[in-house]
Write a protein that binds this ligand. Structure first.
Ligand code: IPD
Ligand code: CA
Ligand code: CA
Length: 277
């Protein structure tokens, strides 16, 4: 049984279910390749001072692109390592891919990273998968069909107050140049919650909000491939996603707050003054 079987069966729109299957097969294959490369010697190239790329990023991307093209040819691609320029107005069908989310972790042998693939149409994610190859945890969702982890339905947490919540965040790659707002927002939420984690893979942060292991997540300057799959997981699990002002979030926006919905107003109010708009 594939890890996306239950979500597939519960998606009445058969063409959407096919997209999920196609993304699922690609993510599992890519995850296996990453797992095989993990812990072995590897080359690290620097895209920026702290923005890395390894052969696992490129190997994973090649596997995903060829798997998607084989089963659903002709769909536009937005993928981090080879198709990373994007037009914010794109509304047609598109695959949005992060072949390895958590590259810094992978490069340092810290076992916390994932593959993220979303199918988006009309500017909205319709199907999304996130695979953690080390834990062998496969998260997926289709619009209107709920969110799933290894074939079990998942829900966001019940935490009602920020003071009882475990949060996550991440730091953008230009943090060395602009640490101020990042540290100030961290301080503001750190002193009002049970704790803040910075594990280093935004796709998994969102998947963890979806399954209730985290109650909320925020970050600035993420890219579409970091969030496109994860936001659908959160929403299908009963959570809420917005920008720092409480407006509808799309993966092309530079700020995100994603929660179990109960703590959303509290968290969003605290983040509002850090909005980049
Ligand atoms: C990064 C991770 C990290 C987040 C960064 C992302 P990458 O993605 O998701 O958690 O803080 O902003 O760029 O580069 O490892 O794919
Ligand atoms: Ca990423
Ligand atoms: Ca990546």
């Amino acid at each position: 049984m594939h890890s996306f079987e239950e979500c597939f069966k519960n998606t009445p729109n058969t063409s959407l279910a096919e997209m999920l299957k196609c993304a699922g097969v690609a993510a599992l294959k890519a995850g296996e390749a990453i797992r095989n490369l993990y812990g072995k010697p590897h080359t690290i190239k620097q895209k920026g001072a702290i923005d890395l790329v390894t052969e696992a990023d490129t190997a994973s991307e090649e596997i995903i692109l060829s798997a998607l093209n084989d089963s659903q040819p002709g769909i536009d691609i937005l993928s981090e390592e080879t198709h990373s320029s994007y037009d914010k107005k794109t509304t047609g069908p598109v695959w949005i891919i992060d072949p390895l989310d958590g590259t810094t972790n992978f490069a340092h042998g810290f076992p916390w990273f994932a593959v993220s693939i979303a199918f988006s149409d009309q500017g909205r994610t319709q199907a999304g998968v996130i695979y953690n190859p080390i834990f062998d945890e496969f998260f997926c969702a289709c619009s209107g069909s709920g969110a799933w982890l290894n074939n079990e339905r998942i829900r966001v947490s019940e935490a009602a107050l920020l003071k009882d919540s475990l949060l996550a965040t991440g730091f953008p790659y230009d943090v060395q140049q602009h640490p101020g707002p990042v540290l100030a927002s961290l301080e503001r939420l750190l002193v009002r919650s049970r704790g803040v984690r910075r594990a280093g893979a935004a796709a998994l942060d969102l998947a963890y909000v979806a399954c209730g292991r985290l109650d909320g997540f925020w970050e600035i300057k993420l890219k579409p491939w970091d969030t496109a799959a994860g936001i659908l997981l959160v929403e299908e699990a009963g959570g809420r996603v917005s920008d720092f002002r409480g407006n509808t979030y799309t993966p092309y926006l530079p700020e995100i707050v994603a929660t179990n919905s109960h703590i959303h107003p509290e968290m969003q109010n605290l983040l509002e003054s850090f909005s980049l708009f």
